[in-house]
Design a protein around this ligand. Structure first.
Ligand code: HH2
Length: 275
């Protein structure tokens, strides 16, 4: 999954894509480099990020989504949003997946469950606690893996009660969201415990702070090799989808890992693949 942030303030690539003219070549590049799907986001989720609201998110998103949809009819397009109105408009404009960083906690927008249930689309349910202002203070766990798993299961139960099919749901441990460095590492170490719950696992380590903390690397774009190490290990431990900025190098990492262990292919169930 190639990341396309249509934001001025994302932590590692803010301001790089300002509109359709820059988004189209970037989409073409990521697909050519081996991305199986693109994730378009118009609201930064980094700790402390300002919430722009659904209308501005839509203003940033819809022209780009429409243009990419027209240029790449077969590409799988995901939209990273916690607003139901944005998800609904994006699905109407041709998006295939919804990626919700608040899907695995109390939904930021309770209407999201109905939108996703009606669409029947793949839905990434990411673990987090609180909003971007509060999340760092909420990184308090006894057993982080057990608690993340239990909170993802509780969110999944609420969603299926609201009409979302279980086979629409992917799980994501939410690396860096209400997690300390040690908690992120523990989640990665024990990823099979999450993979065993029956939902395809998406993992998003790309350029994140915990990699910078381990390596003493303050520049997010210089965290590629740390990201690559995490990706290889995550694939070996059950991840089905990796959300990354540096698609070319990481596609090689994944292909090489899959050549060593062919069982890593085809982790997504049919309903989660191209819709
Ligand atoms: N991480 C970010 C954003 N969305 N979605 C999922 N499912 N999993 C993640 O780990 C994840 C995510 C944060 O990264 P980025 O998009 O690069 O930064 P920002 O939120 O500042 O735009």
């Amino acid at each position: 999954m190639g990341v396309m942030n249509l934001t001025p303030d994302s932590f590692s690539d803010g301001g790089r894509i300002r509109g359709v003219d820059q988004a189209l070549p970037q989409a073409r590049r990521l697909l050519a480099q081996g991305a199986d799907l693109l994730d378009l986001g118009a609201q930064s989720t980094r700790p402390g990020a300002e919430e722009v609201g659904a209308p501005q998110e839509l203003q940033r998103l819809l022209p780009v989504l429409t243009a990419i949809r027209a240029a790449h009819p077969a590409a799988v397009l995901s939209v990273d949003t916690f607003h139901a109105a944005v998800a609904e408009a994006a699905l109407a404009a041709g998006a295939d997946w919804i990626n919700d960083v608040r899907g695995g906690s109390r939904l930021r927008d309770p209407a999201m469950a109905g939108v996703v249930a009606r669409a029947g689309c793949p839905y990434v349910v990411m673990h987090s606690r609180g909003d971007s202002g509060a999340m760092d203070a909420l990184a308090v766990y006894g057993d982080v893996v057990a608690e993340v798993r239990a909170e993802l299961q509780a969110a999944t139960d609420r969603l299926t009660t609201a009409g979302v099919r279980a086979d629409q749901i992917l799980w994501d441990p939410g690396l860096g969201f209400a997690k300390t460095t040690d908690q992120n590492l523990e989640l990665l170490r024990r990823l099979p415990e999450l993979a065993g719950a029956g939902h395809p696992l998406l993992v998003g380590p790309s350029r994140k702070r915990f990699i910078g903390a381990v390596l003493g690397e303050s520049r997010p774009r210089a965290r590629l090799w740390g990201t690559a190490a995490v990706c290889a290990l995550a694939v070996a431990r059950g991840a089905a989808v990796l959300r990354v900025h540096d698609v070319g190098p990481i596609a090689q990492v994944v292909r090489m890992a899959a050549a060593v262990d062919p069982a890593q292919h085809d982790r997504l169930p049919p309903s989660s693949a191209v819709t």
